[in-house]
Design a protein around this ligand. Structure first.
Ligand SMILES: CC(C)(COP(=O)(O)OP(=O)(O)OC[C@H]1O[C@@H](n2cnc3c(N)ncnc32)[C@H](O)[C@@H]1OP(=O)(O)O)[C@@H](O)C(=O)NCCC(=O)NCCS
Length: 191
């Protein structure tokens, strides 16, 4: 594994996917830039309109996405996974709560393009976000995951997150009540 000048990981998750794919393309993980806006919103909006993985109900405009990238350009970064020049997924760290005593805690978010799921990219994004959270001085990372999203819960568990609670029927989308699983990983905790 190596790092570029921004400290972002440049690595291949080849070993992880090797058992499933005969040919493995190295995935690059880097900070998101404005030019990624269209690709990021394409991945995100597909989930907004077609799944319960996000509680957003209205697709993001290009301007919304640009504002989001701007807001995720400092201590709370957005990153992308790039596969052969194309954005295959993205992730971010966001302030957990607005009140000042929460400032050492962040919430992560990860979305992988449907065609690239199951190749280790979600894990690569999450591992990179955990590394950046430590680098940026945060103490705890939280994840709020719709209760039926076994893939995301399994991914977070395998990256050292523990289930710390379930909020019952706090969301409603597609005429269904939705639970939210709250997961947490301490940055200093051994994995
Ligand atoms: C959830 C998501 C980010 C996972 O990314 P991914 O690239 O598909 O996942 P990976 O290939 O990196 O899998 C990583 C780990 O997730 C876990 N996992 C994957 N599929 C799983 C499943 N069906 N059940 C339980 N755990 C699963 C495993 O621990 C897996 O590691 P392993 O392959 O070594 O066993 C991706 O599927 C996605 O973007 N889904 C739609 C949007 C979404 O749900 N985002 C999360 C919002 S909280």
């Amino acid at each position: 594994m190596s790092h570029d000048s921004s400290g972002i990981e440049q690595t291949s998750h080849a070993s992880r996917a090797a058992g499933r794919y005969a040919s493995v393309v190295p995935i690059e993980y880097r900070l998101a830039v404005m030019d990624d806006a269209e690709a990021i919103r394409g991945i995100y909006n597909r989930e907004v309109v077609g799944s319960i993985s996000t509680f957003d109900l209205v697709p993001r405009s290009l301007e919304d996405q640009q504002v989001w990238i701007d807001e995720h350009s400092g201590a709370h970064p957005a990153i992308v996974a790039v596969d052969a020049g194309s954005v295959a997924g993205f992730g971010s760290l966001t302030p957990y709560r607005s009140r000042p005593a929460y400032r050492t805690t962040v919430e992560n978010s990860i979305y992988v393009d449907e065609e690239h799921q199951g190749r280790g990219i979600g894990r690569g994004l999450l591992e990179e976000l955990i590394r950046l959270a430590g680098l940026h001085g945060f103490h705890a990372v939280m994840a709020r995951i719709v209760g039926s999203n076994e893939t995301s819960i399994g991914l977070h568990r395998s990256c050292g997150f523990e289930l710390v609670g379930v909020e019952r029927e706090v969301g409603r989308k597609f005429a269904r009540w939705l639970d939210v699983a709250l997961m947490q990983r301490m940055i200093d905790a051994p994995r």
